[in-house]
Design a binder for this molecule. Structure first.
Ligand SMILES: NC(=O)c1ccc[n+]([C@@H]2O[C@H](COP(=O)([O-])OP(=O)(O)OC[C@H]3O[C@@H](n4cnc5c(N)ncnc54)[C@H](OP(=O)(O)O)[C@@H]3O)[C@@H](O)[C@H]2O)c1
Length: 326
């Protein structure tokens, strides 16, 4: 089959379209003809040789796909050839064919294209896991979502809004309109404003109940200061750095804070199946009526994969960057 291959760890120019042996579906897996896949920041780290795939998983990049079922393992009961599915992968999405456990596949709603459907699994499952499974977000709580216009951020805003929470975001100013359209009540440009001060002002010094963070060390003190009693901080990435010299931690005890770190890719299959099932119950009807929407910035032909990676690295995108596979 055709697939995007990594010549050697390095820059975007290391990615080229080539030939790779196709995957074989195990008993409980389906083989999917991939029509679209999407970029994730993890792909950049994997391309650079800093984030190898979990043992036994495909070496091909790509953590999600949408396509059509072409073959089923002997134990598969839920799918038949021709079904349109999308789903989360531990690797192997940048390819003509991918395999997925039958319980990890999601049926693509009729109103969504393959490009739209592949914009869902990684960022919506991550946001749902963070806000619901980890932070136990409640109706009428306040949530601060950093990098609000990122792929995960745009999913998190919508999920928080659907959960009747009030949403605050940080993002570059040019991305604020999108965040508001998706449901954010207030957006701070972290480049020019002090987000701690602004959010405290907006919340009459109450702060927020939940924070979703991707920036890490530079935000940690402000995040601890901003959380209200019994607040929860979910840390999903450390794009801004991992070292912090001078941290005042008394708020952790005084306000009974919880700091939760998480990754999705290396979770067990059982965990991911349960998460997919819970997410489908929460979200699937909402996607079918357009209440939840995949947010797409740009669709690239997969031959332009290097350009797509450069675009993600430029931090300009809002929502997902998609590769059309043909
Ligand atoms: N732990 C998990 O389970 C999990 C799962 C999925 C993704 N992630 C991680 O979550 C992060 C977001 O992923 P994504 O796919 O949604 O990313 P994305 O769509 O590429 O968006 C990232 C955005 O973050 C902002 N940003 C980048 N560097 C920053 C910095 N140093 N300080 C502040 N803001 C910065 C930029 O927006 P602005 O213009 O607003 O600055 C950038 O466009 C990635 O690091 C990814 O690896 C973690």
């Amino acid at each position: 089959m055709k697939a995007i291959l990594l010549k050697e760890p390095g820059g975007p120019e290391m990615l080229t379209l080539g030939e790779h042996r196709p995957p074989q579906p195990a008993g409980n897996e389906i083989l999917v003809k991939v029509h679209a896949t999407a970029l994730n920041r993890a792909d950049i780290l994997q391309r650079e040789g800093k984030y190898p795939p979990p043992a036994g998983e495909s070496e091909i990049l790509g953590l999600e796909m949408a396509g059509e079922v072409v073959e089923s393992g002997l134990e598969v009961e839920k799918w038949k050839p021709g079904n349109r599915v999308c789903g989360l992968l531990a690797g192997g999405g940048y390819a003509e064919y991918a395999v997925i456990h039958e319980d990890m596949a999601l049926p693509i709603p009729d109103n969504l294209s393959f490009e739209e459907a592949t914009a869902i699994p990684e960022v919506f499952l991550t946001a749902f896991q963070a806000l619901h499974s980890l932070a136990h977000l409640q109706a009428r709580e306040k949530v601060l979502i950093h990098s609000g216009a990122s792929g995960v951020g745009t999913a998190a805003i919508q999920i928080a809004k659907m959960s009747d929470a009030t949403v605050f975001v940080t993002a570059s100013a040019s991305k604020h309109d999108l965040c508001r359209e998706l449901g954010a009540s207030f957006a701070v440009d972290y480049h020019t404003r002090d987000f701690e001060k602004e959010i405290l002002q907006q919340t009459y010094s109450q702060g927020v109940n939940v924070i979703l963070d991707f920036v890490g060390a530079p935000y940690l003190q402000k995040n601890l200061n901003l959380l209200s009693m019994d607040g929860r901080l979910v840390m999903l990435s450390m794009m801004g750095g991992i070292h912090t010299d001078d941290l005042q931690i008394s708020n952790i005890l005084r306000k009974r804070l919880q700091i939760i770190g998480s990754t999705l890719r290396n979770r067990s299959l059982e965990y991911k199946i349960a998460l997919t099932r819970d997410f489908r119950l929460f979200a699937w009807d909402a996607f079918a009526i357009g209440k939840l929407k995949p947010v797409i910035d740009t669709i690239f032909d997969w031959q332009e994969v290097a350009e797509a990676h450069r675009y993600m690295e430029s931090n300009q995108s809002k929502g997902k960057i998609i590769l059309k596979v043909n």
